[in-house]
Ligand binder design. Structure first.
Ligand code: F3S
Length: 424
């Protein structure tokens, strides 16, 4: 790999042993991927959380934990202040609701100390999978190094930023060096479309975008789909749910909706003038199949848990929920969790949203989610959600049944305790 002078200096240890180790890791990782050089980044999204197990194993020393999980080192290295602007993504608990989430005081104390450690080394504690909703909005062409598949596909496609889906170690190394391997979605070539999806069914509203995304991810795997035939301009939250769905049923990190997403104005431009490798249709049959797959694990219609906010909710989504919920109450014995970035929860509270949701028997949580934190209301058997991603993952992670549908259908299920959703 060709290194610049500043990269050589880091590799030679001029900035200390930890940065040297981080640079060594990035070079090995980049070479394994075929990268010929590194590129500067000043926007890294990572996930530095000590689990209960590794925290105990390291006798409560965060440097030991993160040397291992973040730098691939069994030797304890002291993490210096980060060099790149770095964001902590979603975490595994909400300090305000730790008991409701089934955590104990020991978890609470570990997590508080973990946050303090991260703040001390300069990591911004946004603690959400949607940092682009709360101020970290990369510009078109900006080289980033982000984890979290739903955020990666959003910033690559909608914003035109450039990132691969990074892991713990590579994002930590990028935080410390301000570098990332130049390969994959950092390059023009890799961003070109591979599959053309001709959309022949109306796609409007979040549930429909989730279905199209779920179909597309399954159909293209890790390739780059280009969608033609979209007749209604999606809202930002439609694209948020859509991208998360493509990255759940498949491993999509980038897509094009020419004229709407950032990189291409026309289908031809999205393919760089080349022919698509495959052309697929999305019509009534494909839509129904996606719906049935997402509801495959629902048999019991008695719902005891309704969950919104995967990826974390925007203010608008929470406002929509409040309009449907105001003056009503969820069924006794059911739970309603709404997940949103903490920075937005303050505004939600000011707007009266928290009061409406709590009066109805629900809660607004931040920082985490059921799939990532492995948390659910005690005794949950059947969930309903408007998120294709959560409907895809949570049943297998937590061994429950789930239903996928519109926000209104989920609210109805929270109020009545019964799932009456259907594909119209
Ligand atoms: Fe976010 Fe959890 Fe969904 S991290 S994207 S809410 S699985």
């Amino acid at each position: 790999m060709k290194l610049t002078d500043d990269e050589k200096a880091m590799l030679d240890g001029k900035e200390g042993k930890t940065v040297q180790r981080a640079m060594d890791f990035l070079i090995r990782y980049g070479e394994a991927l075929g990268a010929e050089r590194l590129v500067d980044t000043n926007n890294v999204g990572g996930y530095l959380i000590a689990t209960r197990d590794n925290y105990h194993k390291a006798s409560g020393n965060f440097d030991t934990v993160f040397s291992f999980t973040g730098l691939d080192s069994t030797e304890t290295l002291e993490l210096p202040k980060v060099k790149a602007y770095s964001t902590q993504l979603e975490t595994d608990m909400d300090l305000e609701y730790y008991e409701l989430q089934g955590k104990d005081i020991e978890d609470y104390n570990r997590y508080r100390a973990n946050e303090q450690y991260l703040a001390n080394i300069g990591i911004h504690l946004m603690c959400t999978c949607t940092p682009y909703l709360v101020g970290n909005v990369p510009v078109k062409g900006e080289h980033c190094a982000w984890m979290e598949s739903s955020a990666v596909v959003y910033i690559n496609s909608v914003l035109g930023a450039r990132t691969n889906c990074e892991g713990n170690a590579s994002s930590t190394a990028s935080m410390l060096t301000g570098k990332t391997p130049y390969w994959g979605f950092h390059t023009d070539e890799h961003r070109l479309g591979t599959h053309l999806i001709q959309v022949e069914h109306e796609v409007q509203g979040m549930m429909e975008w989730g279905l199209l995304g779920y179909f597309a991810g399954k159909a293209v795997g890790e390739k780059v789909p280009v969608f033609d035939g979209i007749r209604h301009i999606p809202r930002r939250d439609d694209l948020k749910q859509f991208g998360a769905a493509t990255a759940s049923s498949g491993g999509v990190e980038m897509y094009h909706i020419p004229g709407i997403t950032a990189d291409a104005k026309t289908v031809q431009e999205a393919f760089g003038g080349k022919k698509p490798l495959y052309t697929l249709q999305y019509g009534a049959a494909e839509r129904r199949a996606a719906y049935e797959q997402l509801n495959m694990l629902g048999s019991n219609r008695d719902v005891d848990f309704v969950m919104f906010g995967c990826p974390h909710n925007s203010l608008e989504q929470t406002w929509e929920i409040c309009k449907m919920l105001e003056g009503k109450h969820i069924k006794d014995g059911s739970s309603l969790w709404i997940l949103m970035p903490r920075a937005l929860k303050d505004t939600a509270t000011r707007n009266g949203f928290t009061r409406i949701i709590e009066a109805a028997g629900g809660v607004i949580m931040s920082d985490t989610c059921p799939a990532l934190g492995r948390i659910m209301p005690k005794g949950t058997k059947v969930m309903a959600t408007n998120s294709a991603k959560q409907a895809h993952y949570l049943p297998s992670i937590m061994g429950i049944e789930s239903w996928y549908g519109t926000t209104q259908e989920c609210i109805n299920a929270a109020i009545t305790g019964r799932w009456e959703g259907e594909l119209k």
